[in-house]
Design a protein around this ligand. Structure first.
Ligand code: NAD
Length: 351
């Protein structure tokens, strides 16, 4: 039987959700968007769905699954209503505006006995998945150090106007939450390690931006953030993100060294990774400057199911499914909150 799906905010990333969900047997029963044009566009694609701005009308369609693809401010309220209406939930990242909100969302999910998926989309990256496998298989030995950068430029461009992403009341975070949460989840996913304590800093390098009416609006979110972390077992992670680094489109790189090797993955290189691993190789010093590039074995790639949000449909249908859960969302949110508290206090902060 088709899974009945309702979607909130099909205008942006919501389109990706709809594409991925259609890899399984789904029926889009309701579409909700605050913007007329986005609502009409989505309705044209699914004319039999209820198209509405009214949340109550959405839940009246009795969806089995609700996809929450709105800006961050509404993740909590829609998710709570969805669980209370008896639906499973896919929620965009960052899960919530605060750790307290995320914890309530997870508690409500558990009480309702439903499933929750957080769209940590880089978990679909085959190279990230192979890096995780290498570490699980002990190829790197003990993880010793981690370096992560996630660099974009779009916010620095004058052609990119003021949006909800620049408003702390709607976004909750700037680069720290928008990109940093992927970095935190990426490290947790690939290494299996948890963040124990953090110390960070952030700044806003774009004071104002013009909105659609040409008015200068204050940017109240961070455009740059950097933090250090200690992970379980002792590795130090150094992490930096920005939305205003000219020349960078969407550059997300995770590098990990263990006592037996080093690997690095870059998000837009899905099928390859840089690595130098193994007991023999690591037993010699080397003065070459780059890590060699290796293709992800096709036999590994072909066994992956990089179906993103569709994976929750498998789980709903009782098929074993490895997907990012609400618990993962809460864990990442706790690190974001720890970084913000460390910035306020100026000290290392447990997460
Ligand atoms: N996982 C990822 O890789 C990824 C990528 C991009 C965005 N996101 C996340 O997805 C969410 C949306 O981001 P986006 O880039 O798609 O934004 P967007 O502005 O492009 O789209 C958001 C949509 O939500 C609608 N909307 C706004 N308020 C609403 C409300 N109260 N009720 C119903 N609809 C509402 C907007 O009209 C718009 O159509 C954010 O949480 C963002 O962080 C995640």
């Amino acid at each position: 039987m088709a899974t009945r799906v309702a979607i909130f905010g099909p205008g942006g990333i919501g389109r990706y959700h709809l594409d991925h969900l259609h890899r399984r047997n789904v029926d889009i029963v309701a579409i909700c968007d605050a913007n007329d044009r986005n609502l009409e566009d989505a309705h044209a694609r699914f004319p039999h769905a209820v198209a509405t701005k009214d949340w109550t009308s959405v839940f009246a369609t009795e969806p089995d699954l609700v996809a929450v693809c709105t800006p961050n401010k509404w993740h909590h309220d829609i998710t709570i209503q969805a669980f209370e209406a008896g639906a499973h939930v896919i929620c965009e990242k960052p899960m919530a505006m605060s750790l307290a909100e995320a914890q309530v969302m997870e508690a409500t999910r558990a009480k309702a006995g439903k499933l929750g998926y957080i769209n940590f989309s880089y978990r679909n990256n085959i190279a990230f998945r192979f890096a995780r496998q290498l570490i699980r298989d002990g190829e790197l030995g003990h993880v010793r150090r981690i370096n992560v950068v996630y660099l974009q430029s779009f916010l620095g461009s004058p052609s990119n106007g003021f949006s909800w992403r620049n408003d702390i009341e709607i976004a909750g975070f700037g680069a720290l939450g928008d990109l940093g949460v992927h970095m935190i989840d990426g490290v947790r996913f690939i290494t299996g390690l948890e963040f124990e304590k953090v110390v960070g800093t952030k700044q806003t390098l774009m004071a104002t931006k013009k909105d659609a009416e040409g008015q200068e609006r204050s940017v109240t979110t961070d455009t740059n953030a950097a933090w250090l972390a200690h992970l379980t077992g002792g590795p130090i992670a150094t992490m930096e993100t920005t939305q205003v680094a000219p020349g960078y489109g969407n550059y997300f790189r995770i590098e990990i060294s263990g006592d037996l090797g080093t690997i690095a993955v870059v998000s837009d290189k899905d099928k390859e990774l840089q690595m130098s691993v193994g007991k023999t190789l690591s037993g010699y010093d080397t003065w070459t400057t780059d890590l060699p590039i290796h293709q992800v074995p096709s036999g590994f790639a072909s066994r992956q199911k990089p179906d993103g949000p569709a994976l929750i449909i498998d789980a709903i249908n009782g098929i074993e499914s490895d997907y990012p859960t609400f618990a993962d969302g809460v864990a990442a949110q706790a690190v974001l909150e720890g970084i913000n508290r460390s910035i306020e206090s100026g000290t290392w902060t447990p997460t």
